[in-house]
Design a protein around this ligand. Structure first.
Ligand SMILES: *[C@@H]1O[C@H](CO)[C@@H](O)[C@H](O)[C@H]1NC(C)=O
Length: 353
């Protein structure tokens, strides 16, 4: 095709030049097509291979995102650096080989007294009659994340004890996260606190994925004949099995056609069935939800509210507070609301002594 160099035919030359221009255009065109086809192929391969890639380890990373930490180099042993100067860092063994990193923050009114105090003073203080809140955080990050510290500060300023801890596999806690494991950790802490709290109410506060741990724990306690004194659910989702809205990527996983076929190992099957648990629970309940929550829709929270009201046949024991979308709180920001402390105080005061 290129062997025109020897020719003297000007017409042929002209045709040759023309042909070269056309073929150059075709080459850039086919170049683009080549990339387009490769792109399609890659997208298709990712789509088709996703169920195969969704092995337990990857599901675990996606759902719990427990390795994602910002800031990464946080010393959980120095809560005072996060201006929690009336907080003790401690470790509990929830199960053989599972050590949980935990912060106990006493009521803010005791901050001076708390300076330099050891573990035994903190444990003794649990019996002082102040309400106690166990905070069960969501996925990713540790108890040092700012929205979690924010909740602890509110509780402490209200005069409550706050427990904020990292489930197995999170933060400085050992082990790997599973649904049963997280629930076991929360149950253990609940019993540990109850054994030291005298007649003080002990409240579970779950956020995001932690709402699943919270209702799992409360439902488990129901089986043990124990009704939790009060439960707060912030940014709750309905049921990981059906909605899968714990994490943006998990949506993809749970909606993948034929996903049942690729079921992971039983211990990695996720349920966190808030809806089913609320049907069983009989604890006074407060649902907090931002209307602009981008991860767990406000409609789902409304459904949970109605499920709980029906289950408890009571409008008084089950409350829901919606936060207007114009605040921009989204999924994590409710703690910034200036009205939140009063809402929490009203709820805690409404609990039976
Ligand atoms: C300790 O914390 C309390 C409550 O947050 C605060 O009022 C106080 O100023 C803090 N003290 C020091 C020395 O940081």
């Amino acid at each position: 095709m290129r062997k025109r160099t020897g020719t003297h035919n000007t017409k042929e030359q002209r045709i040759g030049v023309k042909a070269e221009v056309v073929s150059a255009q075709m080459r850039t065109g086919s170049h683009w097509l080549w990339w387009f086809n490769r792109g399609l192929l890659v997208v298709g391969l990712i789509y088709l291979s996703t169920p195969f890639m969704m092995r337990p380890e990857i599901i675990k990373q996606i759902v719990y995102s427990h390795r994602v930490r910002v800031p990464f180099f946080i010393d959980h042993n120095q809560p005072a650096e996060l201006s929690l100067n009336h907080t003790v860092n401690m470790y509990l063994t929830s199960e053989q080989g599972i050590s949980l990193g935990l912060w106990h923050t006493v009521p803010e009114s005791q901050w001076k007294e708390a300076q330099g105090k050891a573990l035994d003073w903190y444990q003794w203080s649990l019996g002082d009659g102040s309400p106690i809140v166990i905070y069960l955080h969501g996925n990713t990050n540790t108890r040092a994340a700012s929205h979690r510290v924010g909740v602890v500060k509110i509780l402490s300023a209200l005069g409550y004890h706050a427990f904020s801890f990292d489930y197995r596999g999170f933060g400085d806690s050992s082990g790997e996260p599973t649904e049963v494991g997280l629930t076991t950790d929360a149950l253990y802490l609940y019993h540990w606190v109850k054994a030291r709290s005298g007649n003080s109410p002990v409240i579970l506060w779950g956020h995001s994925l932690g709402t699943g741990v919270t209702t799992n724990t409360a439902a488990k306690l129901m089986e043990q004949g124990i009704v939790v004194d009060g439960v707060i659910l912030e940014g709750a989702f309905a049921n990981a099995r059906r909605v899968g809205n714990i994490h943006p990527f998990s949506w993809y996983y749970w909606n993948f056609p034929g996903f049942e076929y690729f079921n992971p190992l039983p211990e990695y099957k996720l349920a966190f069935p808030n809806d089913e648990n609320l049907n069983k629970m009989r604890s006074p309940l407060l649902i907090l939800h931002a209307e602009d929550d981008q991860l767990a829709s406000i409609d789902v929270a409304q459904q949970l509210y109605e499920i709980a009201q029906r289950a408890q046949m009571s409008k008084n024991r089950v409350k829901m507070v919606r936060f207007n979308g114009f605040h921009g709180y989204l999924h994590n920001g409710l703690y910034k609301d200036p009205g939140l402390p009063d809402i929490i105080r009203d709820f805690v005061q409404s609990l039976a002594p």
